[in-house]
Design a protein around this ligand. Structure first.
Ligand code: ZN
Ligand code: ZN
Length: 584
């Protein structure tokens, strides 16, 4: 077995363990291990021979044994055992919402169903109601679930897509004749999730880039390949597509590959009005050619995306804004802000956890990491006591943390703010008694439990919290987890009205699973002149980097500026504002 086949088997073991239940960490170890194996730069056989498998990060003793077995025998006893224990077709069938392992086993026992196709046929024929526990209603629900499931393509979280995309770029960079490369598609537009990783790269001989791409260690399977284009499935299951072009074609192809469709369509209309046409090679002049040569259109080579926009008589539009939500009109009028907030503007790391609650690193480690990133301040905001499952900090330990912060503060230039991520309790009060709350420099107020209150109760809960007299930042406001948990129910605008009149701000949470709030609500908040804080919600030093995703959200929001709302990017963000005690 080669490393990809081994990785695929480990992945299957992980998934089966997870479905079987009860061994969460073991399941996770196998999935991590699968990735580690797929990414190995050394030969598996050599590692096994020299007994060095366990030296690889992510591969422990148990995993190493399975890898050895797979490599030498082509099969794994653990995988065989799991396959025998669970009903056939379980991985495919368990992906249908509403189907548990037990139900899949019943369907298999009674009707011999092992695939979604068979399940669909049986449900449509009304055969499921013969199985104990299935009725006509369940049948209908399953049919709906299957239909919904089919339309749903696999979405990749932004940070995973970016990581994989950047690795592809690094790798292509070593190809002979490589000139430049860039991520494109919705990844470049900073969407929350993307359906595929698109890369545009240029070289004198583009074909060589395709050859190189096909050999990328994480490519599992090539789906389609031409001399200019290649689409493949990576080991993590992501789809990745490379457009390989000549250097002079790069800007135009990058623009096309970045999208969005709606944005490009409008650009085409503007081009047509100017007797121009956008093509993969640049901008084509459709007007009368030289010496009456009408038939041959003249191609104007463009050196950059900036030049293409310029030829169309408009300002350059940053990728994050290319959604046809008013940015084109603004660019034509020249009113697009040219100073979108960037990560370079960020002065502070807000919302950081440490080992006092559920963080991985100590206060000192977080502080030094933030300082190394050039920050001027950091807020230490560990969980409050009610979040006991996340190691919520009780008062005595909190006071110890404050002493520690004071000691560290003496040895460092970066300003350390004492804070908390205080739970918003059921009744809307904040965790900790008032005399403690008053001593914090900053409070992130978040909901972590009882998500299922009804709209009325939830609205009252948050409104009460936001009316508390201390200054607070509404943390990961609506509690969503992208692709996993929807925002909780509440009347958002009513809450925003209250925040606008309270001592409160709204967090833009940089955790790529949260990115809370969504731009549509941030626009509403902006209309009310509510202040924002871009946070990292970091639980480790590495996660401080999450702030860039928060910046991405705020860049998108610039469209609201376009639509006539207040311009705030230069004056009211972390760019120039330091958080002072009690107010940002
Ligand atoms: Zn939280
Ligand atoms: Zn947090």
């Amino acid at each position: 077995m080669d490393k990809f086949a081994i990785a695929a088997s480990l992945q299957e073991i992980g998934t089966l363990l997870e479905l079987k239940g009860g061994e969460y960490y073991k399941a996770r170890a196998y999935r991590y291990g699968a990735r580690a194996v797929a990414e190995l730069s050394e030969d598996v056989g050599k590692l096994i021979k020299e007994n060095r498998l366990t030296f690889v990060k992510g591969i422990g003793y148990a995993l190493a044994k399975q890898i050895e077995e797979l490599y030498t025998n082509g099969e794994s006893s653990l995988l065989n055992k799991l396959r025998a224990e669970l009903p056939p077709g379980i991985i495919e069938l368990a992906s249908v919402p509403g189907l548990t392992v037990k139900k899949v086993a019943q369907l298999n026992d009674v009707l011999g169903i092992t695939t979604i196709e068979q399940l669909k046929a049986a449900a449509a024929a009304g055969k499921l109601r013969d199985v104990k526990g299935f009725g006509a209603k369940t049948e209908q629900k399953l049919l709906e679930a299957i239909a919904g499931h089919k339309n749903q393509e696999r979405r990749i979280h932004l940070h995973h897509a970016r990581r994989a995309g950047e690795r592809i770029l690094d790798y292509l960079g070593t190809a002979p004749g490589f000139v430049e490369g860039e991520l494109a598609g919705s990844l470049r537009r900073s969407k929350e999730t993307v359906s595929e990783i698109i890369v545009v790269a240029s070289a004198k001989t583009p074909n060589k880039l395709i050859d190189r791409f096909v050999g990328f260690p994480l490519v599992m399977r090539v789906v389609e390949q031409t001399p200019q284009y290649c689409s493949a499935i990576l080991s993590e299951g992501f789809k990745a597509t490379l457009f390989a072009v000549k250097p002079e074609e790069f800007p135009a192809v990058l623009l096309q590959a970045t999208g969005s469709e709606a944005h490009l369509k409008k650009l085409e209309q503007i081009a047509a009005k100017r007797k121009l046409r956008l093509t993969a090679r640049g901008v084509e002049n459709l007007g009368r050619g030289p010496a009456g040569n009408k038939a041959r259109a003249q191609v104007i080579r463009t050196k950059s995306e900036w030049e293409i926009y310029d030829r169309l008589g408009m300002q350059y539009v940053p990728p994050e804004l290319r959604e046809d939500e008013g940015e084109i009109e603004a660019a034509l009028k020249g009113t697009l802000p040219e100073d979108l907030i960037t990560t370079d503007d960020i002065r502070g790391m807000v919302h950081c956890h440490t080992t006092y609650s559920d963080g991985k690193h100590s206060v000192a480690q977080m502080v030094h990491a933030a300082e190394a990133m050039g920050m001027k301040y950091i807020t230490i905001t560990d969980h409050s006591p009610t979040a006991f499952y996340a190691g919520g900090v009780k008062i005595d330990r909190l006071q110890r943390q404050w002493e520690e912060i004071e000691q560290i503060q003496e040895q460092t230039k970066i300003k350390i703010l004492k804070g908390t991520e205080s739970d918003i309790l059921k009744d809307g009060s904040l965790d900790y008694p008032d005399w403690i709350l008053e001593q914090f420099d900053v409070i992130v107020a978040s909901i972590h439990y009882r998500y299922k209150m009804n709209e009325d109760q939830m609205t009252r809960r948050v409104v009460t919290a936001m009316r508390q007299p201390v200054f607070k930042i509404w943390g990961h406001a609506l509690g969503r987890l992208i692709e996993k948990r929807p925002p909780f129910e509440c009347r958002v605008e009513e809450i925003l009205d209250v925040i606008a009149e309270s001592r409160a701000a709204i967090e833009i949470n940089g955790d790529p699973y949260r990115l809370d709030m969504e731009p549509r609500w941030l626009r509403k908040a902006r209309e009310r002149k509510i202040k924002f804080v871009i946070s990292t919600d970091a639980h480790s030093t590495g996660a401080l980097d999450n702030v860039k995703y928060g910046v991405g959200v705020l860049s998108v929001l610039c469209v609201s500026v376009v639509n006539g709302f207040a311009a705030f990017f230069t004056t009211e963000t972390q760019r120039d504002t330091e958080i002072h005690r009690g107010k940002p």
